[in-house]
Design a protein around this ligand. Structure first.
Ligand code: SF4
Length: 591
């Protein structure tokens, strides 16, 4: 096994461009772990940014580790086999600090696999004593990434510390504390660990999960709500404030790329964080508020320094809504680079932008449509008329760009068969427009329709909504499939209901969800079976939440008031749309 992983890691390392190399002796050895495979991790801009940040101080060096896959039988594989770092091939337990980078709920199971592979006790409280050999100590195990400030609770008890907010804003003060304690008390690592934990808990953006006890309703007499109370240890804050960077921040730019990464030939450059539009299902928009643009100077210099790359990937929630996007696209063109845009709104695409895209050789434009139902568009606060959608498709295809990817959601709140029919009707009209416009160009590309189940997410106005029953979701998908599958020029891409169920289970989960995950891991069973075996019903987790109950993520202070989210939820159910952020606005509590 070791030989096999060594060969694979040699191949990966040799494939990396502009790798951060730190062959130095440092006081502190850190390890950044991504709970998924190398190719996924290396396409994650947040992971790459944190790797850079952890290697920046002189006193510290940071290696990377990933989920390892040696054969198909993961249960066997992860018994008694270690996880090693890609740089120094050292075992996890040989590091002083371990940072997990968490981006997706569906990776939670992989955290357990990684800890299990090293015989590391899952729960932070069980790692406070020396390790199984009795000779050493367990390093501080921490986690950051979007999950840790969206809803950290389903994995919180696994970690000694979680970072609530943007790493660039939290790390300077936190790493100073790390340096101080490692340098002054190096002889006793257990004391160092305890001191870092205690001192850093006073910082904004630091969450020490063990200081908070969640009291749940008793099994067997289960009633909504599940959480009865939260008890906070003295001297710990009642809520953990999110910390974020200011406007004009230094953007994340992919520091390393590898041909084995998903976006291998692309340099990723972050042009904005958050989004001011207020689509009510979008957690990334809300938890990164206020919407901020990156420093223009840094984006331009990032493009200029991308000599080794063919393509620039502009990353942001609404890339076309950025007042500098035209400058960035134009400059990329002058630098003889093509580019891609992570997400585009219909109402922001004008002719001149489409023209630049076309001249840059863009082959596909990705559009997030969400639904064809006029009623549901109002609920989700994305009220873009079907005429605008069709006119945009016409403009894109007639400009010479050949392919369109359009994303839709199913299972949106209050959705019924008529809404589904409206969505089908819109997709059929999109296809007609697509084919007609393609004919004028005398060549036809592909219209890809992506369908995903709606998953209610924390910190959005739709956080109280239920995840639709899986049977109903499957019926709706089958209905759409039958209507569209045989139409020429359409390719359907349907996300699995099963995977959306797991995402939904964790997205609004609590520490109970972790107990269930551990049960499922230990018994090699599904989450559903583990829910039932633990004495709960599936609906306890998928149901509509009451606006009055304690939510697991209430432990965080995002800056947005709960009242604002409630008002927005109420407006959604009354089909009232809300304008996006504007100058002088103070309504959500952030500005
Ligand atoms: S206060 Fe207003 S402008 Fe500021 S983030 Fe909230 S909604 Fe947007």
């Amino acid at each position: 096994m070791t030989q096999r992983i060594n060969i694979l890691y040699d191949i990966y390392l040799n494939s990396e461009k502009s790798a951060i190399s730190k062959n130095k002796h440092s006081d502190v050895n850190a390890l950044l772990v991504f709970p998924n495979y190398y190719n996924v991790a290396m396409s994650n801009l947040g992971f790459l940014r944190v790797y850079e940040l952890l290697n920046a101080p002189d006193f510290m060096s940071c290696d990377r580790a990933f989920l390892q896959d040696f054969n198909n039988d993961e249960r066997t594989v992860y018994n008694n086999r270690g996880i090693i770092s890609i740089e120094r091939r050292k075992n996890i337990l040989n590091y002083d600090l371990i940072f997990f980078s968490l981006s997706y709920e569906n990776d939670f199971i992989n955290i357990l696999k990684i800890l299990h592979a090293e015989n590391i006790p899952f729960l932070s409280k069980d790692r406070q004593q020396p390790d199984i050999n009795g000779s050493s100590y367990y390093p501080l195990i921490m986690a950051g990434g979007v999950i840790s400030f969206l809803n950290p609770e389903p994995v919180a008890p696994l970690f000694d510390i979680m970072f609530v907010g943007e790493a660039e804003a939290i790390f300077p003060d936190f790493l100073q504390i790390v340096q101080k304690h490692f340098q002054s008390l190096k002889k006793n690592k257990q004391t160092v660990k305890q001191d870092i934990l205690e001192e850093s808990s006073k910082l904004e953006g630091i969450y020490v999960p063990s200081a908070y006890d969640f009291i749940f309703s008793k099994r067997g007499v289960l009633e909504i709500p599940l959480i009865e109370n939260v008890i906070v240890k003295t001297s710990y804050p009642e809520k953990i404030k999110r910390k974020w960077l200011d406007y004009g921040f230094t953007p994340s730019i992919s520091s390393i790329t590898s041909e084995y990464a998903e976006f291998s030939s692309m340099k990723l450059i972050e042009i904005a964080r958050g989004c001011k539009r207020g689509c009510r299902f979008c957690s990334a928009a809300f938890i990164y508020l206020p919407a901020r643009k990156s420093s223009i100077k840094d984006v331009i210099s990032g493009i200029a320094k991308a000599e080794e790359f063919e393509k620039i990937g502009f990353v942001g929630l609404d890339t076309m809504d950025n007042e500098y996007i035209k400058t960035y696209m134009q400059f990329s063109l002058e630098e003889k680079k093509t580019f891609s845009l992570s997400s585009v709104r219909f109402d922001c695409l004008d002719e001149s932008n489409i023209d630049i895209m076309n001249r840059a050789g863009l082959k596909t434009v990705t559009l997030a449509v969400e639904t064809g139902s006029e009623r549901l568009k109002k609920i989700i606060n994305k009220d873009i008329k079907n005429e605008t959608i069709l006119a945009t498709i016409k403009k894109i295809i007639e400009s010479g760009i050949m392919n369109i990817k359009a994303y839709f959601m199913i299972g949106l709140p209050t959705e019924d068969i008529y809404d589904i029919q409206e969505t089908i009707a819109l997709i059929k009209l999109m296809r007609i427009q697509f084919v007609e416009s393609s004919r004028k160009n005398k060549r036809i590309g592909k219209l890809t329709i992506g369908l995903s189940p709606f998953v209610p997410k924390a910190w959005t106005p739709l956080q109280w909504e239920n995840f639709e029953n899986e049977k109903t979701l499957s019926k709706k998908i089958n209905f759409i499939y039958k209507e569209l599958n045989n139409l020429p020029n359409i390719s359907l891409n349907i996300n699995s209901v099963k995977s959306a169920f797991t995402e939904a289970f964790f997205a609004r989960g609590s520490r109970l969800s972790l107990n269930i995950l551990i049960n499922s891991f230990n018994n090699n069973s599904t989450i559903k079976k583990a829910i039932i075996a633990s004495g709960y019903k599936i609906d306890d987790f998928m149901r509509k939440y009451s606006t009055e109950e304690i939510l697991p993520w209430d432990i965080l202070d995002q800056g947005i008031t709960k009242n604002y989210l409630k008002e927005e939820y109420d407006r959604a159910l009354k089909y009232k749309t809300t304008p996006g952020c504007f100058e002088g606005c103070k309504r959500c509590g952030i500005c």
